[in-house]
Design a protein around this ligand. Structure first.
Ligand SMILES: Nc1ncnc2c1ncn2[C@@H]1O[C@H](COP(=O)(O)OP(=O)(O)OP(=O)(O)O)[C@@H](O)[C@H]1O
Length: 672
């Protein structure tokens, strides 16, 4: 590549810096205009309601235009057909409305991520900018028209990947890779499943796709909403800053448990009961238990409205119930439908007899009148999710009838509660019961559907959890992100197709990501030794990172492990960036105490804004997180702690950005 003469380069840099200053000033004016519109909203709008609505929209606009001096307004530039376009986190226009910076999500910006020598898309030159503490300090050009292309050897990309990690996750808009961009910009109707090795950017892709869809379908998604589902609260706090940094604040983030928590958890299940309650056969059992409540009408309805007496025979009543049953509506909707049809029959009789249509009051009265209510309570009884689940788990006969041919007698016995609660409301539901309650609620009434749902660490979804998500994305699309090799739940998927089916998105394509941006190749090589033992068919990761250190520290005695850990932590603190000690859950407090005794107060993984540089993380919480330097304490103990311990160790070994130390007294697990 030929570099321009020294002075040209300086001139160029100066011009770009001027554009940065001008763009910032223009953004300030945009905000000023929005603010003055906001303060005069009540004069412009005709009535208080309109003023309120307009005010809210303008307030949002003012917030949208906030300028964060620590993030550069643009990070790239395209030279297309003699016109230049700066690409940044948001649109900035000058006073005449001409673009000064294009939003990275705009259609034209796509070429910044996708243009290549082979397919230049009209781009003559692509420029990437380097920043140091918000100051524009350098740039890097690719003259695509002269056959220059840097790909992953871009110095600016490398610097971004190798930058020390501190605090919460950051956006990657400046360096999204072509295969990531394709997933980010997949259209709203398309559901996709991304299988990617650790650190290939699955989480990043999911979050950027949410931001992209919100930009491309703002109105629709503002109405229906976008939901991000993550494995635990530590993970949610780790990713919580990414979307706001991209200007998107109206996205709901939750765990599956948070999504379905309709009652407080007070009960505890046996391991066998937990497994069963995550099994999709429970959906079939609940379905049968609910619809088994219907009973054939055996007595006619006889009512009087004060002036006349009306009668509906059992035959038409039977027809009404059968018809509604065949319509396959949610149970509670079906019940309302039956009531409405009974009232319609009474209405017709009244019209026939009196020659007049009865009024609203009459219709309402008939809908609630005792005879109609009694008929409904017998033929199509009302039920709550709580009552349905309590009945099923406390009434062995009902369970036997509902589970016949679905669950074995032994499985049924596993489910039955020893104590019958006084009322359904006072029942001590377990965490797994929440899944049954949610399933029951979904049988009774339709859930409202999000426009788009991103599910991270999806390999750990149980079929019943997937069904809970399916109910909330029935009319929307999903982005499913995960790695089968990192499946640690007892029900973890072995094939994506199964999960997709439970999610109601069987047609979604499974797309691999294989380029790793986090884990250095020496560390990847160590973790990859575990892959053959994990029983899944996934492509190995290829690391972009040639830097990075791996240290295997063997000590002779378990009593020396903590001291060796402290040596590794102290050495890691000599370098920039975050340090994590990952240990089996049972050893976390011991490790923390040892650090404290040495004067090191360690943070917890939930506390992403902590000043402490060292975090102690239980092995079961570390999924999805990353730290510059990771010290793993006693891998054998991590493996022994749970049935899928080797999968857990694979997760633990792939958290390091620049260095990994493995401290052990026990022999390493055999694949290593
Ligand atoms: N295109 C990119 N440019 C720069 N950094 C990137 C890029 N893609 C991913 N990264 C970085 O790589 C790291 C790993 O990304 P991410 O957490 O999204 O991976 P993941 O596939 O979800 O990992 P895991 O399987 O461990 O959950 C993050 O620090 C992320 O910012």
């Amino acid at each position: 590549m030929t570099l321009p003469a020294h002075t040209d380069l300086d001139d160029d840099l100066a011009a770009e810096r001027r554009h940065l200053v001008d763009s910032r000033a223009a953004l300030g004016r945009m905000r000023g205009r929005a603010e003055s519109l906001f303060s005069s909203a009540s004069d412009v709008a005709g009535d208080p309601f309109a003023a309120e609505t307009l005010g809210r929209a303008l307030m949002r606009r003012v917030a949208d235009l906030a300028d964060d001096p620590t993030t550069p307004l643009f990070f790239g530039k395209l030279d297309v057909a003699e016109t230049v376009y700066h690409i940044g986190r948001r649109h900035v226009t000058d006073d005449a409305g001409e673009p000064m910076v294009l939003d990275w999500r705009a259609p034209l910006s796509q070429s910044f991520y996708q243009a290549s020598v082979k397919d230049p898309q009209g781009v003559a030159v692509r420029r990437r900018f380097g920043f140091v503490k918000g100051e524009l300090t350098s740039f890097e050009d690719e003259h695509l028209d002269r056959g220059e292309e840097l790909g992953t050897s871009s110095r600016i990309l490398t610097a971004e990947i190798e930058r020390p990690r501190v605090g919460p996750m950051r956006d990657i808009v400046a360096t999204i890779q072509p295969e990531q961009d394709e997933l980010v910009r997949a259209d709203l109707e398309t559901s996709i499943c991304v299988q990617g090795a650790p650190g290939t950017g699955k989480t990043a892709v999911g979050l950027h796709r949410a931001a992209f869809l919100l930009y491309a379908h703002r109105e629709r998604l503002r109405r229906t909403g976008v939901l991000i589902i993550g494995p635990n609260t530590a993970f949610l706090s780790y990713i919580s800053a990414v979307l706001p940094a991209l200007g998107e604040v109206e996205v709901k983030q939750s765990t599956v448990d948070g999504l379905i928590s309709r009652v407080p958890v007070k009960g505890l299940d046996s391991e066998a009961a937990v497994l069963l309650k995550h099994d999709p056969r429970m959906a079939a059992v609940l379905h049968r238990a609910l619809w088994g409540r219907l009973a054939e009408p055996t007595v006619p309805i006889m009512v009087s409205d004060g002036s006349y007496r009306w009668r509906i025979d059992t035959e038409p009543l039977r027809r009404i119930v059968d018809e509604a049953r065949r319509e396959d509506l949610p149970y509670a909707v079906g019940r309302d439908r039956v009531r409405a049809r009974v009232v319609a029959l009474l209405q017709r009789q009244s019209e026939y007899r009196t020659g007049n249509s009865p009024n609203e009051t009459w219709l309402k009265k008939m809908a609630k009148i005792a005879a109609v209510r009694e008929f409904l309570d017998a033929a199509w009884p009302a039920v709550t999710p709580e009552a349905l689940v309590v009945d099923l788990l406390t009434d062995a006969d009902l369970l036997a009838a509902s589970a016949e041919g679905i669950l074995t007698a032994e499985e049924q016995a596993t489910l039955v509660w020893a104590k019958v609660p006084k009322t359904a409301k006072s029942a001590r539901f377990s965490a797994a019961d929440l899944l049954l309650l949610d399933e029951a609620a979904g049988l009774l009434e339709r859930e409202s559907s999000f426009g788009h749902v991103v599910v991270d660490e999806a390999q750990d979804l149980s079929p019943m959890q997937a069904r809970a998500i399916a109910r909330r994305s029935e009319h929307g699309s999903i982005t499913l992100l995960g790695d089968l090799a990192q499946g640690t739940a007892p029900w973890a998927a072995a094939r994506w197709q199964d999960t997709l089916e439970h999610l109601g998105k069987a047609g979604a394509a499974v797309v691999p990501l294989t380029v790793g941006f986090r884990v250095p190749d020496v560390v990847v090589a160590l973790a990859n030794k575990l892959l053959p033992a994990l029983g899944v068919d996934v492509p190995e990761a290829v690391s972009l990172r040639r830097d990075g250190d791996l240290a295997m520290v063997a000590v002779h005695d378990a009593a020396e492990v903590d001291a060796a850990m402290l040596v590794e932590v102290t050495a890691a603190l000599e370098h920039e960036g975050s340090v994590a000690v990952i240990a089996a859950d049972a050893s976390v407090e011991r490790v923390r105490a040892h650090l404290r005794a040495a004067g090191l107060e360690a943070a917890t993984p939930e506390d992403v804004d902590s000043e402490a540089r060292v975090t102690v993380v239980p092995a079961t919480i570390v999924k999805g997180l990353e730290y510059d330097h990771v010290v793993v304490v006693e891998p054998a103990e991590i493996v022994a702690a749970e049935p899928r311990g080797l999968h857990r160790l694979y997760v633990v070994l792939t958290r390091a950005v620049s260095g990994l130390s493995v401290v052990h007294a026990e022999p390493l697990p055999s694949p290593l």
